[in-house]
Design a binder for this molecule. Sequence first.
Ligand code: SUG
Length: 450
Amino acid sequence: MKQYEANFDGLVGPSHNYAGLSFGNVASLNNANAVSNPKQAAKQGLAKMKALADMGMLQGVLAPQERPDVNALRRLGFTGSDSQVLESAAKQAPEVFLNCCSASSMWTANAATVSPSADTCNGKIHFTPANLTNKFHRSLEPEVTGRILAATFNNSDFFEHHLHLPENDHFGDEGAANHTRLCAGYGEPGLELFTYGRYAFNSSKPAPTKFPARQTIEASQAIARLHGLNEQNTVFMQQNPAVIDQGVFHNDVIAVGNRNVLFYHEQAFLDTQSVLSEIEQKFAAINSNEQLHFIEVPTAKVSINDAVKTYLFNTQIINMPSGEMAIIAPTECQENPAVSAYLAELVTLGTPIKKVHFFDVKQSMQNGGGPACLRLRVALNEREVAAVNPNTWINQGQIDRLNAWVDQHYRDRLSIADLSDPAFLVESRTALDELTQILNLGSVYPFQRV
Ligand code: SUG
C-alpha cells in the first residue's frame, strides 16, 4: 500500500491582524498595531498550498475560526445584540477585545498533535487538539479546532479524535509545533519526539526565566498516553531554556524532522548528547536498516538571533514524489546572508536534503508564523487518504474556488479599529458559512449552531 505525508495548511481567516498578543514571540511583539492585509495573507497561504500540490504532494486545507469570537465576549460579561457586544468590548476592554479577534488558528502546527496509525495501539490515526493555554487568544481555539478536525478526518474506522487536555498551564500543550516524527517510510513504525519547555510539577528543573515555556512535559506525556504510544517509540526531550528566552517559543522555531533526518540548531536542546544517543538507539531498534542523519547547525554559522529572524528551522522538509528531500523556506532565509549561505552549503553536504524552495509568507511571518507553522502533518496510507473528507484536499478546482472565495470576501486592509465594525462580523460570518459548503464541513462554527 502507498504511504504519504500530507500537509494540512491553515486557511488564513478574514480577521488576520497584528495585535502584539504573543509575549515571547519576537515578531508578534515587533509588529503590534501594523495594518494587515488579510486578502494577501490568505493568498500567500493558498499559493504555498498550490505549489506543494503542483509538486505532487498531498495537500489539504483546514478551515479558519470565527472571529471576532462573540461567544467568548459574552462569557466575559458583554451583553446585548452582537453589535452591542462588539462595541462595548472594544470600548471598555480593548485588549480583551483584540484577543477575541485573532486569526491565530491559521498556524495549524498548533492545531493538534497527530500520531499515525503505524505508531498507535489500535492502528488508527490519533488527533488531540492543542489546548494552547499559554496565550488567552489561542486558548479560544481548541473546541472549534476539534470540530474542524472531526469534520475533516470524518471516518471513525480510521481516525480517533481526543478531547484537548485540561485547560490549565500545568498541561499547556501547543500541538505539533513541539512534536516531530522520525521513520524509515511514512507508513513504517516511527519514533515520536516530544519536546517540552518545562516541568509543571517540579520547580527544581531548569526552565526559562524571561519568556514562557508553553509546553510542559506532563502535557507531552499525556498526549503519548492518549495516542497509545509506548516507551520504545517515544522520546521526551527538553528545549534549551536559554533559547526560549531568546524568542524560540516553540521547538519548531529551532528544529524540524522528516523521515530519517533531524535538522536542528546546536543550542536547541538540553543534554543534547544524551538525547541524541537515545534517539539513535530507539530509531535503530525500530528501523534497523535505515541510516539516521543528524544535521546540526552550529552557532558559528547561524546565530540564534538569525534563526529566530529568518525561521531557518521553521521550514518544511518534504519528500518529493521523486524521493528527493526538499526544504520549503520563507524568503526571509534568502534575504539573510548567513542563512542563505548556510542553505546553499546544506544542499551540497551529502545529506538527503537536495533542494530549497523559497516562499513569500510575510503576512504570517510578521506574526511569528513561518511555512512550518502554517501546516499540520498527517502521515496516511492509501485507505486513510480515501477516508478523508474529499473537499478538504487541495486540487486545481478547490484552489480556484478558494481563491475566488477570498477575492469575494476578504479585505485588503484591516486596522484594529475595523474589527469592531458590526459589518465586518457579518462579512466574516457570510464568508465562513460559504466556506463550510465549499469544504463540506457541516456546522462547525458557533454562529451556525444557535
Ligand atoms: O502562537 N502568533 C502565533 C504564532 C504561532 C507560530 N506557530 C508555530 N511556531 N508553530 C503564536 O505566538 C500572534 C498574534 C498577534 O500578535 O496578533 C500569534 O498568535
